[in-house]
Design a protein around this ligand. Sequence first.
Ligand SMILES: [Zn+2]
Length: 240
Amino acid sequence: MKEELALLIQLQTMDLKRQKDREILESFPEKMAIAEKPLLDARSELEEARATLKVITQERKEKELALQVIEDKIVKLKLRLTDLKTNKEYHAHLQEIAAARNSKSEIEDQLITAMDEAERLTEEISEKETTLSKDEAEFSEIKKEMQAEMDAVASTVAEIEAEWQATAEKISKNLLSSYQRLFTSNKGLAVVPVNGFTCTGCHFSLPPQLIAEVKRQEKVLTCGYCHRILYAKPVEEAAK
Ligand SMILES: [Zn+2]
């Protein structure tokens, strides 16, 4: 029984390690996503700036066209000045020319604003592109490191799995299944040492008679409160 207890303790150590490794593996996608987040943000910011530049470029073209139209109009209005007969007509026509010139000047201002904005955006995009390609290279390194770390954990899991199987084969079926049931229901501790008269699983005091039997290690004994399998400290040392 002493040997089986030692094997159970070994099995428990492996199960605890497996549990931890599984948690590490499960946390990888989230860790990767957190590492990639700034990159995704930078990409969408760049896309946004490119889209804005496209809109402004389109606006600029429209303003250029409008400017052309108003310039043509002014030329035509000026040509018609000589055809006018009355003073009244002449003044009205001059007013029309003045109004056209005002619109022209407004369009010119808008065009300058659009050109400035386009220039600013072009610079911004170029800066963002440089930063992004640097960040992308950095993330690719981080990703590689994380992948290697993950592969290492996965290979440890495989090693432990093989060792676990080999150890489990040496334990009687009944004891193994009650261990597994306890391990699952007690979140990781199925076999616990006694400390003086106390079960270290639930911290309740146990009858001295039970403690004496545990120390004799002749059969599998469990705590009356938490049902965990009990052992006396030297078995733990034997398991190491
Ligand atoms: Zn207990």
